[in-house]
Design a protein around this ligand. Sequence first.
Ligand SMILES: CC(C)(COP(=O)(O)OP(=O)(O)OC[C@H]1O[C@@H](n2cnc3c(N)ncnc32)[C@H](O)[C@@H]1OP(=O)(O)O)[C@@H](O)C(=O)NCCC(=O)NCCS
Length: 188
Amino acid sequence: MDNAITDQDSRQTTECEVRISTGVAPEDVESLLDMAAACGMFNNDELSTAEGMVWDCAYQGDSDACRFIQARTNETDGDTLAGFLCYGAIAQWPDSFELIGISVTPRLQRQGIGSAMLAEMERQAAARGAKRILVETEGGRTFEAARTFYEANGYDREDRFLRQFIPKEGGVVYRKDFESDAQERQPQ
Ligand SMILES: CC(C)(COP(=O)(O)OP(=O)(O)OC[C@H]1O[C@@H](n2cnc3c(N)ncnc32)[C@H](O)[C@@H]1OP(=O)(O)O)[C@@H](O)C(=O)NCCC(=O)NCCS
């Protein structure tokens, strides 16, 4: 168990310097939940699940099933949350991880922050033996930007039935296989 926040990367966007770190401190919880609610892309059930996960991570530390990556800026009003991502290992599917949720503050979107957090998640997942990452999003225009974002980051739409990862009705699954696994993909 590890609930220390560790810095992985920092980068300059067109507006500010962004620091990528892993973990959640109790004082981060409110801003993470506010951002998840404000982005309007998560329903009440998802927000309530997110609330449980973020409190668990803040007080009990990251687990295999749930780990947060944050992007933070140091602007004039001090250290602020620019985005977050939550991911974890998929139960009973060895080598497979799920991107559970991602959000970037609207003012700082399209500056590479979401992609930087995805890259950090992929690095960590690969280091933990992941061969693939899956993410469920939705069809429809509201989620068009999210789908374009995943495609721009090398995620392929998965149209086959995956018994370990069944989307809800209207759900769309994207998948990224790490190179070492590309030759090994078997029909599910
Ligand atoms: C999806 C999201 C996390 C992307 O974060 P971001 O930091 O803006 O993404 P990046 O700047 O790394 O974008 C990388 C590429 O993704 C694509 N992309 C990202 N946002 C896009 C948008 N709104 N429209 C079209 N393409 C988009 C582009 O190809 C972009 O590259 P470019 O800017 O050079 O053209 C962010 O838009 C967000 O928080 N949305 C609301 C929450 C959400 O939809 N979460 C996912 C739910 S499944």
